[in-house]
Ligand binder design. Structure first.
Ligand SMILES: Cc1cc2nc3c(=O)[nH]c(=O)nc-3n(C[C@H](O)[C@H](O)[C@H](O)COP(=O)(O)OP(=O)(O)OC[C@H]3O[C@@H](n4cnc5c(N)ncnc54)[C@H](O)[C@@H]3O)c2cc1C
Length: 194
């Protein structure tokens, strides 16, 4: 039985544990089954063999009659009405979190501050991509990264820094946190959001 966070993580990250039959990019959930909300749709579909680019159902009756399979390019995004992959979930969640900062009071009362701290702690624990949640919790617990929630200005900047931490981890471009309010609260100066 694993007794450290990293050993427990190894048990559920197939690429780290040498788990057979599950491609890199797909991790196991707490129930021991592949975690859909932890994987990109491309990796998920590669595992379920619907999206490998090798074979796919065809609409051509002649080809179908001949038993032929048609190659299709891999799809990056799940169809709109399918369960969320890690990216769809992430985009929706960041929209919620940045909008939460944008609508936070400029000077929060002690009660509002403690509610927000409690929310963030539970959010980081319950986020439904478990390995994302684990890394996010670890980041929040590092000295200097504790949520700053006295008012909108510092909270919005903290949220932007939190998002940039994930951007760095994924090799994405960092966002200029001086501009978080234009992106999430006021809209850009050129008026295109009005
Ligand atoms: C807490 C959390 C942890 C995550 N951990 C992982 C993980 O471990 N692995 C993984 O694959 N995915 C993770 N994700 C998802 C990942 O962050 C992205 O949401 C996903 O990859 C889709 O990225 P995207 O390029 O569409 O834009 P997103 O990163 O979702 O950003 C949405 C929009 O926010 C704006 N934006 C970007 N950066 C900032 C910023 N710093 N401040 C303000 N606005 C910004 C941009 O306009 C961007 O278009 C996590 C998401 C969350 C909420």
């Amino acid at each position: 039985m694993a007794d450290t966070v990293s050993e427990r993580a190894k048990e559920r990250r197939p690429e780290m544990s040498g788990h057979k039959g599950i491609p890199k990019g797909v991790v196991l959930g707490k129930d021991g089954k592949p975690c859909r909300t932890c994987a990109s749709f491309r990796d998920w579909a590669a595992m379920t063999r619907k999206n490998t680019g090798s074979t796919a159902p065809t609409t051509s009756s002649a080809a179908a009659a001949a038993g032929a399979a048609t190659a299709t390019p891999p799809i990056d995004k799940p169809p709109e009405d399918c369960p969320a992959d890690v990216e769809t979930l992430g985009r929706g969640t960041w929209t919620f979190l940045h909008t939460l900062s944008a609508t936070y009071p400029s000077h929060a009362t002690p009660n509002q501050q403690s509610d927000m701290r409690a929310f963030l702690m539970l959010f980081a624990k319950l986020y439904p991509c478990w390995n994302c949640a684990q890394d996010f919790q670890a980041w929040m617990q590092k000295g200097g990264n504790e949520p700053r929630v006295r008012g909108r200005g510092e909270f919005g900047t903290w949220m932007c820094e939190a998002h940039n931490e994930v951007n760095r981890k994924l090799g994405k471009k960092e966002f200029d946190c001086r501009r978080w309010e234009e992106r999430w609260r006021t809209g850009w100066g050129d008026g295109r959001c009005d």
